[in-house]
Each structure stands twice: as structure tokens, then as C-alpha cells.
Design a protein around this ligand. Structure first.
Ligand SMILES: C[S@@+](CC[C@H](N)C(=O)[O-])C[C@H]1O[C@@H](n2cnc3c(N)ncnc32)[C@H](O)[C@@H]1O
Length: 303
């Protein structure tokens, strides 16, 4: 089932999903018990964002929306707060309409690079020009397509591969073909000096097998933004890319439910259930990660 274009639709296909997640942040920000406050989200989501929220609301979603989206955003916020140091670089891969450069308190000297398609970044610039706020760090946008070469665009924007970097890819990797998702994680590792960190979210392959997920997946495909990649070995995914995995968790597990997932994550011994993973990893302070060093892989068990 394809979706009607809202009057202010300006983004199409996977670019448009950025308005969907912005709308989810706007909805969360309006809650008295919000997990974060994104004062720009409603402006960026526009009426099209609300259309998308309604369109992609699955039958089994809670009436007040899918708890994964606010939990995920808060988890990434917490990761960034815990990881950044003065003068470090932060790179948002598939940053979309993320406004962390404006809404988080950054240590002095932090540079935030937002990498996404040019259409998304242009739309974002135009919308944010209507807001009166300024970024709380140095913010640089990098127009690039992850299906091609994107590292040089980041370097051209002033990224320094010898400086510590905190990478994050929120809501990106499952929109990419598997080899492209792996190449993105590997390229980030290759551009990272020791001590750099990364956080990503991934989906398990059970999502593609559950019958009740099919209408949702079909809607995504019909909207030109199919989910293409899932893995049941989230730690191995980053390890293969050259990262030392620190944590694999799921929305709904202890410490990652933020009071929003009372029924808990699906039990680990039911791998075929729909799962989403939140993974953090780092580069060793003294050099490259475990892929090239050939270190023994810790188990993929995550909780
Ligand atoms: C679901 S949105 C998530 C945006 C943001 N990280 C958030 O959480 O709101 C996915 C983003 O990935 C970007 N994206 C997907 N495929 C891409 C590609 N091949 N090259 C560059 N950006 C891509 C889209 O443009 C979109 O902004």
C-alpha cells in the first residue's frame, strides 16, 4: 500500500524516513515523562512526519507509538554523553533530521559532522533557518551516499582521522544492502584512531520471517525505503568491521527499558522473534581493532 504525499512532502524514498523519526521525537518531546526533549523535531517533521507516523503505525504498536524509537534515541544520547571528550569529533552517519548538535551539551572544542544525502541536508538547513537557535558545538554537514565512496567527503569537510572520534549510526544500517552496511562500519573503523567509539542499531532477521511484520515491511518497500539488512550476530557484525565490541543490548532489557517496555525484550531463546539491537564498540587505544589483530571473538551473547 503506497502512502499519500502530504502537502509539505519534499523528501522521497529513504530520505523521507528522516521525517518519520523526527515526528516520533516530536511526539516524545510532548510527553510529560519524555526521555529527551527535541525542540526542533516538530518543525523538521512537518505535517508529513505525522502522516508517516500514522502510516507506519503497526497493529501491534502501543497506542502511544512504538517504544523502540524514543528508547533508541535516549540510548544514543546517553552513549554520546558518556563518550565525548573535549576537542573530539562526532560523526552522525545517516544523521537525517537529528538535532543533537543543537540540543546536547557538548564539551569544548567538539566538532559534529552530520553525514546524509544532500537532499536531506538541504531540507534540514532550510527548515532550521526558521528556528532561532544555534548549535552548541561546531557543526558541519557532509552530503554523501553510503552506497558510494563517502570517506573522502568527510575528510574534505575537515575530519581528522588522527583525532579521537565518536561515531553513531541511528536508524541507518537496515536501509542499506548488507555489503554496504558492512562497508560503512569498516570505513568508520579505518578512519578511527585508537580509543574512538561507535554505536549502531541493528535489526535481527526474525523481522523478515514473522508474518505479522509483512504488512509493515510491504509499506516500507512501497514507500521506496525497504529494510534490506538484518543480522542475528550483531557483535560479530561490528567485530568483522574492525571494532572491539563493548555492549550488545536490546530495547526492553534491564537498563535499556527506560520505564517504557514493561513486558521486556523477547526472550533470548526465541531468536526468530523480531529483535532490534543496540551495540557499542571501540578501537583499541594502541592500534587497530580485533579483525586485523586476529583476536579471539567474544561470544555474541548479549545479556
Ligand atoms: C530513518 S532515517 C534516520 C535518521 C536519523 N539518524 C534519526 O534517527 O532520525 C534514515 C536516514 O538514513 C539516510 N540514508 C539512508 N540510506 C542512505 C544512503 N545510501 N546514503 C546516505 N544516507 C542514507 C536517510 O537519508 C535518512 O536520513
Amino acid at each position: 500500500m503506497s502512502i499519500e504525499a502530504a502537502p509539505d512532502t519534499e523528501l522521497f524514498g529513504v530520505a523521507r524516513t528522516a521525517r518519520w523519526t523526527a515526528a516520533a521525537r516530536a511526539r516524545e518531546s510532548a510527553r510529560p515523562d519524555r526521555l529527551f526533549d527535541d525542540p526542533f523535531a516538530a518543525l523538521l517533521a512537518g505535517t508529513d512526519g505525522d502522516t508517516l507516523l500514522r502510516h507506519f503505525h503497526t497493529e501491534r504498536s502501543a497506542p502511544d507509538g512504538n517504544p523502540v524509537l524514543p528508547i533508541r534515541t535516549r540510548w544514543f544520547d546517553d552513549f554520546l554523553r558518556a563518550s565525548v571528550t573535549p576537542q573530539c569529533q562526532v560523526v552522525g552517519l545517516g544523521a537525517g533530521l537529528d538535532t543533537r548538535a543543537y540540543r546536547l551539551n557538548w564539551p569544548p572544542g567538539v566538532v559534529v559532522f552530520e553525514v546524509d544525502q544532500g537532499t536531506v541536508l538541504r531540507y534540514k538547513r532550510q527548515r532550521l533557518s526558521q528556528a532561532v537557535d544555534v548549535p552548541r558545538c561546531e557543526r558541519r554537514t557532509v552530503a554523501a551516499d553510503f552506497t558510494g565512496e563517502w570517506g573522502s567527503a568527510l575528510l574534505d569537510a575537515g575530519f581528522d582521522p588522527t583525532a579521537p572520534t565518536v561515531w553513531f549510526a541511528e536508524g541507518l544500517l537496515f536501509y542499506l544492502p548488507a555489503p554496504v552496511a558492512a562497508a560503512v562500519a569498516t570505513q568508520a573503523a579505518d578512519l578511527s584512531t585508537g580509543g574512538s567509539r561507535i554505536a549502531v542499531d541493528l535489526i535481527g532477521t526474525g523481522i523478515f520471517r514473522m508474518r505479522y511484520m509483512r504488512p509493515f515491511l510491504d509499506k516500507l518497500a512501497d514507500s521506496g525505503s525497504p529494510w534490506l539488512f538484518g543480522t542475528d550476530a550483531p557483535a560479530e557484525f561490528l567485530r568483522q568491521a574492525g571494532w572491539n565490541v563493548e555492549q550488545v543490548t536490546e530495547p526492553g532489557t534491564a537498563g535499556t527499558d527506560y520505564g517504557r517496555w514493561p513486558q521486556g525484550a523477547p526472550p533470548v531463546d526465541f531468536p526468530n522473534l523480531p529483535r532490534s539491537y543496540l551495540v557499542t564498540a571501540s578501537r583499541r587505544p594502541d592500534g587497530p581493532g580485533p579483525t586485523s589483530a586476529g583476536a579471539a571473538a567474544p561470544s555474541d551473547v548479549h545479556r
